[in-house]
Design a protein around this ligand. Sequence first.
Ligand code: ATP
Ligand code: MG
Length: 335
Amino acid sequence: MTQTITVIHGDGIGPEIMDATLHVLDAMKLDLAYEYADAGMVAMEKTGELLPAATMDSIRKNRIALKSPLTTPVGGGFSSINVELRKRFDLYANVRPAKSFPNTLTRFPADVDVITVRENTEGAYSAEGQETAADGQSAISVTRTTRKGSERIVRYAFDLARAAGRKKVTVVHKANILKSTSGLFLKTAREVAALYPDIECEEMIVDNACMQLVMRPEQFDVLVTTNLFGDIISDLCAGLIGGLGLIPGANIGADAAIFEAVHGTAPDIAGQGKANPCALLLGAAQMLDHLGKPEDATRLRKAIVATLEAKDSLTGDLGGTGTTMGFAKAIASRV
Ligand code: ATP
Ligand code: MG
């Protein structure tokens, strides 16, 4: 059955990396149909809205979107269009795999393979109770952690570990100091872990986890953590494998899922054919896994790795002189 996905070309380098990604998906001859929708600056210029109702309807209907980076203009009504999309569709799980690839610029050993599962809707980023005193001398914000929120993200991490044949989940927390919020997260995580006797569960305090990730990244498998720690840790993991151009992100909820690159719109290189399309392509691979097409996801990842190995048409960030579409064509020839 043909699967229709919502495709958002986005801003900056967005249209280039999306065209490159669709070129590769087309070469794979998958049973996919695209429904194009606008968001971000492009949508603002066309419709006066950052997130037009037609785009929301399209995602709601198809339940799957492939999205390029978006620009959130100042004064656009929300602080971040990406955060807004996650909130509106309750996309509670943010899954960011960091895996070593050949011929990338990294100072770490080539055996990093860590999936960060970040809680995406609550914790320190719940945007509640942000207050600065009238005299500007003090400020508070609320960190809200719920049992429901903790339970569903930890379950997601263990289910993912099981489905992907992973051995261990590391629960990253700070329950020794943040006794109520991180404490509830850890307590809930222990209860959930008990339901998965086949997967090893390890607990690690966040500061130690950061050091361990840098010292011995190969010891980690799946990480699960709260919103703020997950934001920081997943960028640390991006650094381990040579930067943002190679990390995709899946935002998953019960009713919809949005797949993307974790990098931004890169205005400095937009429109020049210099952008590396790999992060969005790897997001498309996550999407294929999510659609129950793991063989196709593997085929796509293998073609990317083979192209990196052959140093065929690599873009500038990887030390090559290739173009976005040239790189995509080299990958497409290997799918
Ligand atoms: P935004 O505000 O949308 O996040 P930004 O100015 O912060 O945009 P990023 O997209 O976050 O820019 O990129 C940071 C740096 O990494 C830039 O120098 C950019 O050129 C580079 N970069 C990001 N993505 C890619 C990519 N896919 N290929 C090559 N370089 C990239
Ligand atoms: Mg940025």
